[in-house]
Design a protein around this ligand. Structure first.
Ligand SMILES: C=C(O[C@H]1C=CC=C(C(=O)O)[C@@H]1O)C(=O)O
Length: 445
């Protein structure tokens, strides 16, 4: 059963909330690459990093919404689902039991439908165990481990085909924003920053991969997961990629984030200079400034919600196959409300989004300027993507280094760059190409 809601979800609309039953069972331990064996279907839901994560199959319920209330409505729907569901989960680890995968539009004005999708079957692995969760919406349906395993075996047998190699005929074409237009908007962004109205603006652009034969999503995801081991590989309803940035991860009363800002392309690094990344990032004033703004925007919002917070004074250099980033890991203990509960991952995502790493500083003003200057609907690019469970745990990354599968032969890629007063349009354009490289390589372009 699929429940499509785009209007308000409140106490009066609980008749549209499906009553789900779910069963979670521990499975034999998987090897580190074990989870990849389940990424075989193009229609799977995926969240994976270093062999941990989940793969979801099928769909028992879905929520969709657009507009400024998209997070609030999603939270209300998920609260109603969680309250009415019968969850049999002896494992208790975050991510076991009933979960939903989510993808949210960057902007309240986007036409992209933000969504929560509850899969029928989830296979998961964390540092302690492996498990399967089976969820049904039909009151008569058998809810047994045998039914789950036999359905899973059949789903895995129907794996998706690999992408046909069509040498030279797959191509990357300009999207809504040409290279020249992008450099022009960077120039304008710098001028606005020089007026003092804002201190940082993140400007993005797109490019379209046109394929001669249908994209093999599962194959792309496996490649991203194997190569970008420090990133979170995601797939939610056509939104695919591998992001290095964690908007917020909640486990019990602990909230964590990985904040990135400051980028250096590895493709143009001089050979044999082992100190290059440290010098160009950690000792560069422009990069440090850009990073400081991103850290401050998160800690200012997290601080009042936490009884303790660990935010390092010094960032570290995160090395990915395509780029280096300035990175900071922030960890906080969440303060309890009067009833003893703490904010859940969706509550926090709504508060933190959009961060300075994808919008600018100060957020409201930068958002307004961004809408004027960028001139495109970002869709889910740079919005929260990931999963949530019924106890408030979850991981919502920022949908970067990815794209949207618009048709079987067309994928729109997105990338953006933090612009500060010292930014140079040519360098920012080159950086945006470097950020598209993971997807281009995985698509064979
Ligand atoms: C906006 C993107 O990256 C952000 C995350 C890390 C570093 C960034 C930068 O250095 O500009 C961006 O703020 C993107 O990948 O599209």
């Amino acid at each position: 059963m699929t429940s499509q809601l785009s209007a308000a979800v409140g106490p009066d609309s609980t008749d549209t909330i499906p009553h789900l039953r779910s069963l979670t069972i521990r499975r034999p331990a998987m090897s580190e690459h074990g989870l990849l064996d389940y990424i075989t279907r193009d229609d799977s839901l995926v969240w994976a990093r270093r062999g941990e994560g989940t793969v979801g199959f099928g769909e028992v319920a879905r929520f969709e919404a657009t507009g400024p209330q998209r997070f609030t409505l999603a939270r209300a729907w998920w609260a109603a689902i969680s309250e009415s569901a019968q969850v049999n989960n002896p494992l208790e680890h975050p991510g076991t039991g009933l979960i939903a995968y989510g993808a949210f539009a960057f902007s309240y004005s986007s036409t992209y439908a933000s969504k929560l999708v509850i899969p029928r079957i989830v296979v998961g692995r964390n540092e302690e165990c492996s498990w399967i969760t089976y969820t049904v919406a039909d009151a008569e349906a058998p809810l047994s481990i045998e039914a789950a395993e036999s359905e899973l075996a059949q789903l895995l047998e129907e794996y998706s085909p690999e992408h046909e190699l069509t040498h030279g005929t797959d191509r990357l074409v300009a999207g809504q924003i040409s290279e020249a237009d992008y450099m022009d908007s960077v120039r304008k962004g710098v001028s606005v920053i020089e007026t003092g109205a804002i201190t940082k603006l993140v400007l993005a652009r797109d490019a379209v991969a046109e394929l001669a034969s249908p994209i093999a999503v599962a194959q792309v995801l496996r490649q991203l997961a194997l190569r970008y081991i420090d990133c979170w590989t995601y797939s939610v309803d056509g939104l695919i990629g591998a992001t290095p940035e964690m908007l917020v991860r909640v486990r019990g009363d602990i909230a964590e984030a990985r904040v990135l800002a400051g980028t250096l392309d590895r493709a143009t690094a001089p050979l044999g200079d082992g100190d290059y990344a440290r010098r160009m990032l950690l000792e560069d004033e422009k990069q440090r400034h850009e990073h400081r703004l991103a850290i401050d925007s998160l800690t200012e919002q997290l601080g009042p919600l936490a009884s303790g917070m660990d935010a390092p004074d010094e960032p570290f250099v995160l090395q990915l196959p395509n780029v280096w980033h300035l990175a900071s890991d922030v960890r906080a203990t969440l303060s309890a409300h009067a009833d003893g509960s703490v904010p859940g991952v969706l509550d926090l995502a709504e508060i933190f989004h959009p961060t300075a790493a994808v919008c600018g500083t100060p957020t409201k003003e930068a958002g307004r300027i961004l809408r004027d200057l960028e001139g495109m609907d970002r869709g889910p690019y740079a919005g929260p993507v990931g999963w949530i469970d019924t106890r408030g745990n979850g991981e919502l990354g920022i949908a970067l280094r990815g794209g949207v599968v618009e048709s079987p032969t067309s994928v729109r890629l997105y990338a953006g760059c933090g612009i500060v007063a010292a930014s140079n349009p040519t360098e920012e354009l080159a950086e945006s190409w470097a950020k598209m490289r993971p997807m281009r390589e995985a698509l064979g372009l």
